[in-house]
Design a protein around this ligand. Sequence first.
Ligand code: HEC
Ligand code: HEC
Length: 279
Amino acid sequence: MMRLLSAILGMAMLLSCSGERTRVETEQPREASQTGSAPIEFSPPSPETIPGSQLGEQIRLGYEIVVNTQEYARPYVGNRLNCTNCHLDGGLNPNAASFVGLAAVYPTYRTRNARMNTLADRVNECFERSLNGRALPPDSSKLQAIVAYITWLSRGVPSGATIPWRGLQRIDSRRPIDSDSGKKVFASKCVFCHGSDGLGTMVAPPVWGPQSYTIGADMARVSVAAAFIKSNMPRSWGWSLSDDDAYDVAAYINAQPRPDFPGKANDWPKGGKPVDSPY
Ligand code: HEC
Ligand code: HEC
C-alpha cells in the first residue's frame, strides 16, 4: 500500500516537475552495468533468487531486516527509519550507498575511528548513528544475517576490488551554501512527501525531529546529504535538482533539530580532518 501510494505520488511529482527537466546538470546516474575497461560489473542477484537452504534463510532474514528494520530489529532502533530509506531498494540501488560488493572491501581501516572495521562494525555504526539505536552484539543472529545478505550481494566481486558504484556520488557546491534558499527548495520540492514540519508522512520518513537520524550520522554531514538528495530526491526523480539546490536543501534540513550523538566528540581520534567518505 505504502509503495503504491509512493509510486502514485512519485508519478504526480514527476508530472509536476517535468518543466524542470532542462535544469538537469552534468552529473548523471551511474550506469547499472559498467562497460569498456571497467572490470567489475554491477550485477547483484535479485532477492527473489535467494536459495531455500539454511544459508538462504539467513540471507532472507538479512534482507527483511534491511527493508523492515522497524519490525525485525525493533529493540536496536531509536527512530522511525529503516536501512532501505537511505540504502534504497534494499541496498540494491547503485546511486544510494549500495550494499553490493561491500563484503569484498571489509574489513578495512577507517579514519573516523582509527581502527580496522569489519562489515559488522560498519553496520552497527549505522544502527547507532543513522537509526539512533544501539549496536547489536557480535554474536547476534540478526547482525550475522545482515552480513550474510551483504555477502550474498557481493558474490563475484573479488576481494579488495575498487567498487565504482560504492558510496554516494559526491557533488560540488559552486557558490556559498544558502540554507534560506534551501528552505524554499524544501517547500516546493520536499514538503509534498516529507511534510511541512519535516517529520515525515504516510509516504515518506522524517528528515528531522526526534524520529530522524542523529547529528553523528553520515547523512548529518551536508556534503553527504547533498549527494544523496541530488541523486535520489524527490524520490523517483533523482538528478532533477541543481547541485546548488541540493546543497542548500541539505544544509536546511541538517540545520533543523535532530537527536544528539554524544559519541561524535570522539570521532577522528588521531586529530585528523574529517574524511568525506564512507571508508
Ligand atoms: C515523492 C515523494 C518524495 C519527495 C517529493 C521527496 N522525498 Fe525524500 N524520500 C521519500 C521516500 C519514500 C523516502 C524513503 C525511500 C525508501 O524507503 O525507498 C525518502 C527518503 C529521504 C531521505 C533519507 C531518509 C530520511 O528520511 O532521512 C532524505 C534525506 C530525503 N528523502 C530528503 C528529501 C528532500 C531534501 C526532498 C526535496 C528535495 C525530498 N526528499 C523529496 C519520498 C520523497
Ligand atoms: C539516515 C540514512 C541511513 C540509514 C537509515 C542507514 N544508513 Fe547506512 N549509511 C548511510 C550513509 C549516508 C552512509 C555513507 C555513504 C557515503 O558516505 O557515501 C552509510 C554507510 C553504510 C555502510 C558502509 C558503506 C560503504 O561503502 O562502506 C554500511 C555497511 C551501512 N551504511 C549499513 C547500514 C545498515 C545495515 C542500515 C540499517 C541497519 C543502515 N546502514 C541505515 C545512511 C544511512
